[in-house]
Design a protein around this ligand. Structure first.
Ligand SMILES: Cc1cc2nc3c(=O)[nH]c(=O)nc-3n(C[C@H](O)[C@H](O)[C@H](O)COP(=O)(O)OP(=O)(O)OC[C@H]3O[C@@H](n4cnc5c(N)ncnc54)[C@H](O)[C@@H]3O)c2cc1C
Length: 468
């Protein structure tokens, strides 16, 4: 993508100034930039940044942003690069600001149940550090090599959202740097705040378009007791999804409640070489439950089993060992890599009210079959977040059909009371569809907010919405 001509270039004198801020070895201008030219979004062409800069502290981030702002150079913040909407791809070149060196867990405050972390901390490292202190951070976006900064910037969700919610429900405060280099602390180690506009939550989910997040205060909770996984086969997807509202009406709040179809199960089996029990049925629910005692877990599991059997479930499989349980969960995590291994998917993460998931999936499947486009569907049924992958046949005709199908899918999702992205963000991949979800007034207000934070539009330009 051609940079709008008003953007400045990363000239030799800018490189000298960047080196003075972070040191020569943290200013990359060679082939290493290729590692920063894309994220995990399929079909998106990589774009080389002019330079990758790796600051180690907030002061350096402030200096880099001030310099970029003065020279009108676009800045793309980057965490783990695992995003699937192109948010970290530097579409206008400029600077990729990699937060990978800001990876310290600054404090785990056991009195207040708060972790204070730098944005480059990797999710798996946070889990371990928190567990060592006898605490728990329940957010579980499928990719544990993602960074906490990226999770906050995309408001990541994942498999445990039914019970615990999404990233924003755990962000108590931030430190963020504005393009002017001003450092903005927000929130604090408290759960209540009625003091002025809620800037923490505004920056959370803003996909690097408003400010660079340099510190995060995360709420922690006590660890759960026992965990059990139920794997329940059905003869039809409709039966499986229709069980979901009835499970929840029982007053049961599972940690995760996922649906999946036979195609994805077969794909993941082929991809991993591992077999999934009862794999020959058409559809499945995978339900994760947590409880303090074994009796309680058995009570919940048997109640879920009864509800599902009354909706036509064929069986209720409960893995007999910790290893079998872990295997099943790990196979669920492999869905996306398996799909990418066998084809070139589009990624859709529409969310609808959970009572409408069955209707939504039914309509989408009908539309996809009218277009003759193979479609893989699975998702977080318990929170209404459906993952759909129309598979490209690699021809121009199939790409054009998929584009049309996408618009229709988003329209149906919105018409059912949902929205176009539940957890991956708009980035570059979904931003053109924003008018399906938001009217003109709301988009104009978002543009005014963006201008208030970033008047020169240097922060991740071309993502979420276009100002030009
Ligand atoms: C196999 C797989 C499974 C996944 N499953 C899920 C899932 O279940 N749920 C889910 O929500 N997501 C999922 N994702 C998507 C992805 O992991 C998340 O979006 C994750 O939060 C991105 O974090 P990251 O550090 O990799 O961010 P990046 O990809 O580096 O960046 C993502 C966005 O955040 C911005 N950003 C990053 N750091 C900062 C910062 N410090 N300040 C300001 N902006 C910043 C970037 O500019 C970009 O716009 C999955 C991805 C993969 C590959």
């Amino acid at each position: 993508m051609e940079a709008p001509s008003r953007y400045g270039k990363v000239t030799d004198d800018v490189l000298v100034l960047l080196s003075e801020i972070v040191g020569d070895k943290n200013v990359l201008t060679g082939d290493e930039r290729e590692n920063y030219s894309q994220d995990e979004t399929p079909k998106l062409k990589p774009v080389l940044p002019e330079v990758v800069v790796k600051p180690e502290d907030t002061g350096s981030v402030a200096k880099i942003l001030r310099l970029a702002n003065e020279r009108n150079i676009p800045v793309t913040p980057r965490g783990g690069g695992t995003g699937i909407s192109g948010g970290a791809v530097p579409i206008y070149g400029g600077i990729v600001l990699s937060l990978e060196r800001m990876n310290k867990i600054l404090e785990i405050d056991r009195d207040n149940f708060v972790a204070t972390v730098e944005p480059g901390v990797i999710l798996s490292d946070l889990y371990q550090a928190v567990e060592e202190q006898g605490l728990y951070y329940p957010l579980y976006p499928g990719e544990t090599s993602s960074s906490i900064g990226g999770n906050v910037a995309t408001n990541a969700g994942g498999m445990r959202a039914v019970k615990y919610g999404v990233t924003r429900h755990f962000v108590l405060g931030l430190e963020a740097v504005l393009p002017t280099g001003e450092v903005l602390p927000t929130g604090g180690k408290f759960v209540k705040c009625s003091t002025g506009y809620e800037l923490t939550q505004l920056i959370t989910g803003s996909e690097g378009t408003l400010a660079v997040i340099t510190k995060i205060l995360l709420r922690l909770i006590p660890p759960p007791g026992r965990k059990e996984v139920l794997f329940i086969p059905f003869n039809s997807l409709d039966d499986a999804i229709k069980s979901v509202p009835d499970i929840l009406k029982e007053g049961i709040l599972p940690t995760g409640l996922e649906f999946m179809e036979r195609d994805i199960i077969k794909m993941v089996e082929q991809y991993t070489g591992k077999e999934i029990p009862l794999h020959d049925y058409d559809a499945f629910l995978m339900i994760i439950v947590e409880a303090d005692s074994e009796e309680e877990i058995h009570r919940i599991a048997s109640r879920i089993g009864e509800v599902c059997l009354s909706h036509g479930a064929v069986d209720v499989f409960i893995p007999g060992s910790e290893r079998a349980k872990r295997n099943l969960l790990e196979l669920r995590e492999k869905f996306y890599p398996a799909i990418c291994h066998f084809g070139t998917p589009e990624i859709i993460d529409v969310v609808v009210p959970r009572s409408r998931v069955a209707e939504f999936v039914g309509k989408v499947k009908e539309m996809a079959s009218e277009y003759g486009i193979p479609l893989i569907s699975y998702g977080h049924a318990g929170d209404g977040n459906v993952h759909l992958h129309p598979m490209s046949q690699g021809t121009e005709e199939s790409e054009a059909k998929i584009k049309e199908l996408l618009t229709k899918i988003f329209e149906v999702g919105v018409s059912l009371g949902g929205t176009i992205s539940g957890e991956h963000g708009l980035g570059i991949a979904k931003k053109d569809y924003l008018p399906i979800a938001f009217d003109k007034g709301k988009i104009e207000l978002m543009k005014r907010i963006k201008q208030a934070f970033d008047p020169n539009n240097i922060m991740n330009p071309g993502k979420v919405l276009d100002l030009e």
